[in-house]
Structures are given as C-alpha cells and as structure tokens.
Design a protein around this ligand. Structure first.
Ligand SMILES: O=C(O)c1ccccc1NCC(=O)[C@H](O)[C@H](O)COP(=O)(O)O
Length: 249
C-alpha cells in the first residue's frame, strides 16, 4: 500500500515536470538556421577539451551568442560529462536542453527527465530491433523531444521507422573518428527521396568549424547544426557564435 502511494506520488511528480517545456522542435523551426551549441569536456577524438568548464556560464554565453538550443554531453567515461552539467545549463539559460549520451535503457530516459532535459538523443547504431522506436515513444510520452542520430543510409531507414521529430546526420565515423562533411550532404539527399515533404527537422552534426561551413549547411537545407569542439575551444564563444551566424541572419 505504502509502495503504491510512493509510486503514484512519483508519477505525479513526473507529470508535473512535463510542463512547461522548451521545445527543440520549435528551436529548429525558424526561418534561418539554428545552432545547437554543445557543452563537452572531452571526447575520444580530441582527448581533453575543457575539463574545468563552468557549464552555467557556458550556457549563458551560448544563449547570448544566438544559439537556439544547448546540447550537453553527459557521458562520463569518454567525455568526462555528468548530469550536473545539464542541470546547470538548464538553470542558467532559457534554451531547450538536449541530453547527448549513449542512451539504451528506459532508466536513462527517466533520469534525463528528472535532470531537466527537454530532449534526448538516440544513436541508431547502438539500438537494435524495436528498441529505438520504444525509447523514442517513452521519451515523447514523458513530454521530451527526440533527436535520432544516423551515420549512413541504412541507419536513416531505421530512424524513419521511429516517430522522432528530428533527425541528426553525424559526419563523424564512430569507428575511425574521422569527420567527412560530405556525409551529411549525401544523407540529406537520401532523406528527401525516402520521405518527401517530411515535417521532420534535420540537423547536421560534427566537424563544423567556420562560417562558410554554416552557410553551406544552410544552403543544403539543414534546420540546425550541432557544434561542439569549435565552441568549446573558444575563450569567447558568444562572439564566435555571432561570427558563425553572421552570413545567415
Ligand atoms: O566527438 C567525438 O570524438 C566522438 C567520438 C565518438 C562518438 C561520438 C563523438 N562525439 C559526439 C558528437 O556527436 C559530437 O560531440 C557532436 O556532433 C559535436 O561534434 P564536434 O562539433 O565535432 O565537436
């Protein structure tokens, strides 16, 4: 009986967390291109980037520079991240917060909700069978949005079976860690053939360094760009964001 009460209390709490929410989908629905600015302490390809980053301050700097959403890499082992960074970014900005991690278990979805994530990322290559669709549905049932990440056309076909409202094309090969900007170019063409007239939002991920890259991705039809390392290495991310966005607004 007491357990029932605890469970129903927790359920009420979960339902209260659902609203009000900040929408990644809306952030990607502007007339011009939106930058999702990433907070990432380290990565397998780069090693340590900014291990002592102040996530609260970074989030404020990103918002001031014109970012429309923030991605926080919470994975501990390879990226030295944690959920505290996500909570700090949420408290310190008005932007939708995306949790970027290796998500494969229902518990991680509830954990994301409690930490304040507005959206969660799923990587098709690590989710087998119906798992992707099930996790997307759970996240959306709990009021969060989803970005599903693909690296090739087979993964794209899998991603389109889910109800995700946004698809991310990652230029980084997860095995070799190398970045090929041509990857998202060919994938966006494949996407339009597979799902003409789609309402889904499209995000280019990884390897974006210059305002020319941003302009090119806008011309290709992307709604958003996820930028991590370039911003994390900058001591003035606000002005860097303004510079990157310069020719697009
Ligand atoms: O960043 C890595 O080295 C990495 C290696 C293996 C799997 C994922 C990895 N990164 C996650 C990301 O997708 C990026 O953090 C994100 O797209 C931003 O990329 P970048 O602007 O190149 O930092």
């Amino acid at each position: 009986m007491i357990l029932d009460q605890i469970v129903s209390k927790k359920y009420e709490e979960l339902m209260n967390i659902k609203a009000p929410k900040r929408s990644l989908y809306d952030a990607l629905s502007c007339d011009d291109i939106s930058i999702i600015a990433e907070i990432k302490r380290a990565s397998p390809s780069a090693g340590a980037i900014a291990e002592d980053v102040d996530a609260a301050n970074r989030a404020r700097q990103y918002e001031a520079g014109g970012a429309r959403a923030i991605s926080v890499v919470t994975e501990r082992h390879f990226f030295k991240g944690d959920l505290k960074m996500l909570q700090l970014a949420k408290e310190s900005s008005n932007l939708p917060i995306l949790r970027k991690d290796f998500m494969f278990d229902e518990l991680q979805i509830y954990e994301s909700l409690f930490a304040g994530a507005d959206a969660v990322l799923f990587i098709v290559s690590i989710l087998k069978g119906n798992k992707l669709c099930d996790l997307v549905k759970l996240a959306q049932d709990l009021g969060m949005e989803t970005l599903v990440e693909v690296h090739d056309e087979d993964e794209l076909t899998e991603a389109l079976k889910s109800d995700a409202k946004a698809i991310g094309f990652n230029n980084r090969d997860l095995k070799t860690m190398t970045v090929d900007m041509g990857r998202c170019e060919s994938l966006i063409k494949a996407f339009h053939l597979l799902e003409p007239g789609s309402e889904r939002k499209l995000v280019a991920e990884s390897g974006v360094r210059t305002k020319e890259d941003v302009k090119r991705l806008q011309e290709l039809g992307f709604d958003g760009i996820l930028i991590g390392e370039t911003l994390m290495r900058s001591s003035n991310p606000t002005s860097l964001l303004k510079e990157l966005l310069g020719d697009t607004r």
